[in-house]
Design a protein around this ligand. Sequence first.
Ligand SMILES: NC(=O)c1ccc[n+]([C@@H]2O[C@H](COP(=O)([O-])OP(=O)(O)OC[C@H]3O[C@@H](n4cnc5c(N)ncnc54)[C@H](OP(=O)(O)O)[C@@H]3O)[C@@H](O)[C@H]2O)c1
Length: 282
Amino acid sequence: MTTSDRIVLITGTSSGIGLAAAVAAAGAGFHVVATMRDTGRSGALTAAAEAAGVADRVEVARLDVTDADSVAACLAEVVAWHGRLDAVVNNAGSGRVGTVEQDGLDPVRAVMEVNFFGVVDVTRAALPHLRASGGRVVTVTSVGGVVGQPFNEAYCAAKFAVEGFMESLAPVAATVGVAVTVVEPGAVASEFVASQGIDLPALLTAAGPYAPALDAYAARTRTAFDQAQTPAEAAGSIVTALTAERPPFRLQTSDRARAFVGVKLADPDGSAVQGMTAGWVA
Ligand SMILES: NC(=O)c1ccc[n+]([C@@H]2O[C@H](COP(=O)([O-])OP(=O)(O)OC[C@H]3O[C@@H](n4cnc5c(N)ncnc54)[C@H](OP(=O)(O)O)[C@@H]3O)[C@@H](O)[C@H]2O)c1
């Protein structure tokens, strides 16, 4: 089978890494079902796909990862239309800057809904079809899925949860021919920060005893984003996870991201853990 016969579904393709991954995967020869929660926001993707000469391999579909009916309907449509699904890329996500004492639980639950339960639901719905095709689950987590970062308690907790979920699923999925990879970007110049609608002066005013720490964190984050990757650079790692003969469990999108998680990880590509747990289900 050639890549042009292969169907990959990507979540959150209206902007940023998801948009770039949709174009890059189509450029690598896949037929891409580029999903977004509001298909009225597909203009940037369509323009990028046309500019790259791959518009005929990019199909836009509606999928809100927090809406179980939308997940089920989209997966059913893809399989009814194409008869197969070869890979799913869990990319949709959103951040949150704050600290729990002041935020309360609601934002924590909201962040978990998109970044964790959304990934779980899309993966659950895709797995029967991926078993049939010997396919792949590729999930964009973050360096924040390995290293907890100040004022990112909810977001990092959600990404840690996704990493634990996928690390547990990987050896089980491998027994039925499905490869699982997590892709860990560092800072990427996407809509990620803007879409959080952060009003820093207002946050600082409301931060009370945490204001000096938040101010220092904001300054450090600005520096990190001065050196951000482009979405296309980060998307390159997604294409690697889709096309490598034996994709690793864990893939950082840059040397900078690898060095950052290296502060904590003794097993940066996940092969040691996978080698151990695969033996439990052999
Ligand atoms: N940018 C970074 O520095 C960075 C670093 C590490 C990891 N990441 C991760 O990379 C992934 C992509 O983020 P990005 O940087 O490309 O940011 P982005 O430009 O804000 O893109 C996020 C995408 O997720 C979509 N989305 C949000 N909630 C959704 C939902 N309920 N259902 C479906 N789609 C939804 C957004 O759609 P709408 O347009 O409808 O909001 C948008 O298309 C995320 O998982 C993020 O956590 C980003």
